[in-house]
Design a protein around this ligand. Structure first.
Ligand code: 3UK
Length: 538
């Protein structure tokens, strides 16, 4: 018995035989059983020890779990009064804020499907998302209306838009919710009903849409957070990843709620200085961001310590050891690296600080299985490099997309990464499969060379790719952003090359080094290596 009467997403899921194999914990609910994610996370909090503790905080206000429960109920009532029906999609657009978080929770509690979009997206990208997700409503932060208005005007049909985040507005989500009932029974969804669509931050091709059910997201809340993160109701969480990115959605909203922790939303754009200030102001204990941001925060936090900080989580890209070490000398903390993916909702390989083994991402998260495979899908023994494959309580279900067949092979999720698993189960990251550099017969992973370059003080940021070469097939090419006070030129190129040769096998050194002012990145902060490769043909 589904709670979602609109079958739009259900009808576009891959057929069951194209799904990965799902592995559930013995105490997990089944897909056919009643489950509403927000009922679990928010309604049940009223009976927990943290009911009157702070859930959300920003520079202007504080909201407890009990207060959030009422605000979410009123928003859910308001949306159903607009005539929405469970299974309808609601497009959400906003920077990380209390208003955005409340709206997301209300959508999912009402059995609607949340389609959160990155704040940086422009009208063209938003139009693509509207065309695929066919939302019945748009909820948009007042500060981000212009691009979404362009996108909506391009669509033939009218699409209602309600803004949020401006208390003075007359027809916005806050005022529409103000007089609604404070009680709202969570939609009677089942585990298999769809909670959200996640558009992948994919570097090439049209965006893929990963569908996650209430059970998928609930399972993720009970996997990495419970077994590796070990957060408690005393934690205060701060971070940069957008709530429209599952890294941010889990880390900065759902995982804290699962244990009664609180979330601090800083306002205004986050740069290394404002982020450290926000962490100090909030007495932050857990921080989430990507490796490059940690690297940039290192000098700031060294002179402005955050003594409350106890866990720093890095994900999204390979964590260079140089970054791990400088963060450790600045804060005394061993970073928790984790590899996750939009298709799997969150992190599936990661080790707690006390179990970290330098140079590896960590071990497979309890509840998941991981192996590496050759091209024909056969599992390889420990120590060999191959394609990383995982299965567990979450997995890939693309909406109407042939690419399901390449992501899921024999029930395994093939993440698109090359890795080696050692005899102790630690996963050594190599590179994205299509970024592997093959030079004169050697396989070279860009991240390893990047790590060597980053350990030189002249290099602030870098990206390493394969450049076509008639003799060697490819040569290793590095694009570097220099630290303040360093001058580009042949002399520095030579010094950087010698530096790499002194720490890695000499065949891996970058034969070509190019200096740039900045590196091309996706809205989620990932390096776009294909754009670096393209620079060679322009
Ligand atoms: C790469 C990493 C090395 C890897 C994500 C945490 O990044 C997330 O999701 P995306 O769909 O990208 C997935 C791909 O990103 N990657 C992510 N983390 C690491 N590579 N070391 C890492 N620690 O290529 C992976 O296949 O954008 C991360 C939680 C949720 C997420 N969605």
């Amino acid at each position: 018995m589904t709670g979602q009467t609109d079958r739009f997403v259900h009808d576009r899921l891959p057929s069951r035989n194209a799904w990965p194999v799902f592995i559930y914990a013995p105490d997990s609910p089944q897909g056919g059983e009643p489950l509403n994610l927000i009922h679990e996370l928010l309604d049940k909090s009223l009976q927990a020890s943290w009911a009157d503790k702070v859930l959300f905080r920003d520079p202007n206000q504080t909201i407890t779990y009990r207060e959030a429960h009422v605000l979410v109920n009123q928003r859910a009532c308001a949306m159903l009064h607009m005539g929405l029906e469970p299974g309808n999609r609601v497009l959400l657009r906003g920077t990380n804020s209390i208003g955005f978080a409340l709206a997301w929770l209300a959508v999912v509690k009402a059995g609607l499907v949340a389609v959160a979009t990155m704040p940086l997206l422009r009208a063209k990208e938003l139009s693509e998302i509207i065309a695929k997700a066919k939302p019945q409503l748009v909820l948009c932060d007042v500060s981000l209306l212009s691009e979404i208005n362009i996108a909506i005007n391009e669509q033939a049909q009218s699409l209602p838009l309600i803004s949020f985040g401006d208390s003075a507005a007359y027809h916005d989500l806050e005022s529409l919710s103000a007089n609604q009932s404070k009680n709202f029974e969570a939609c009677a969804t089942i585990g298999d009903d769809i909670a959200m669509l996640a558009f992948t931050s994919g570097t090439t091709g049209s965006p893929k849409v990963a569908c996650h059910s209430h059970l998928d997201v609930w399972s993720a809340c009970n996997a990495w957070p419970r077994h590796v993160l070990n957060s408690t109701e005393h934690d205060v969480v701060v971070g940069t990843p957008p709530l429209a990115f599952t890294f941010g959605l889990g880390g900065l909203l759902l995982f804290p709620m699962a244990v009664g922790a609180s979330v601090y939303f800083a306002q205004g754009p986050l740069n290394p200085e404002t982020m450290v200030k926000a962490m100090q102001h909030a007495a932050c204990t857990i921080c989430y961001t990507a490796p490059t941001f940690y690297r940039q925060m290192t000098t700031v936090i060294a002179s402005h310590p955050v003594p409350s900080l106890r866990i720093s989580v890095s994900a999204g890209e390979a964590l260079p050891d140089a970054t791990r070490q400088s963060w450790k000398s600045a804060t005394g903390l061993e970073m928790v690296d984790g590899i996750g993916a939009t298709e799997l909702f969150h992190i599936f390989i990661s080790s707690a600080a006390e179990n970290v083994r330098t140079g590896t991402i960590g071990q497979v998260v309890p509840g998941y299985l991981a192996c590496v495979m050759n091209e024909s899908g056969e599992a390889l023994p420990p120590g060999q490099i191959g394609r990383l494959a995982v299965r567990g309580p979450t997995g890939c279900k693309y909406m109407s997309d042939q690419r399901q067949q390449s992501y899921v092979v024999n029930g395994w999720n093939i993440t698109g990464d090359m890795a080696m698993i050692d005899i102790d189960g630690y996963v050594h990251y190599q590179s994205r499969s299509d970024d592997m550099i093959i030079s004169a017969g050697y396989n070279i992973g860009g991240p390893e060379v990047e790590d060597a370059l980053l350990s030189h003080p002249a290099v602030a940021e870098c990206g390493v790719v394969g450049k076509p070469d008639s003799e060697r097939g490819m040569v290793v090419q590095a694009f570097c952003v220099l630290s303040k006070g360093y001058k580009p030129g042949p002399e520095l190129i030579k010094r950087l090359q010698d530096h790499v040769k002194s720490s890695l096998a000499p065949y891996k050194y970058p034969r070509d080094i190019v200096f740039l002012n900045q590196l091309p990145r996706t809205p989620t902060g990932k390096l776009q290596r294909f754009k670096l490769r393209d620079l060679n043909s322009t």
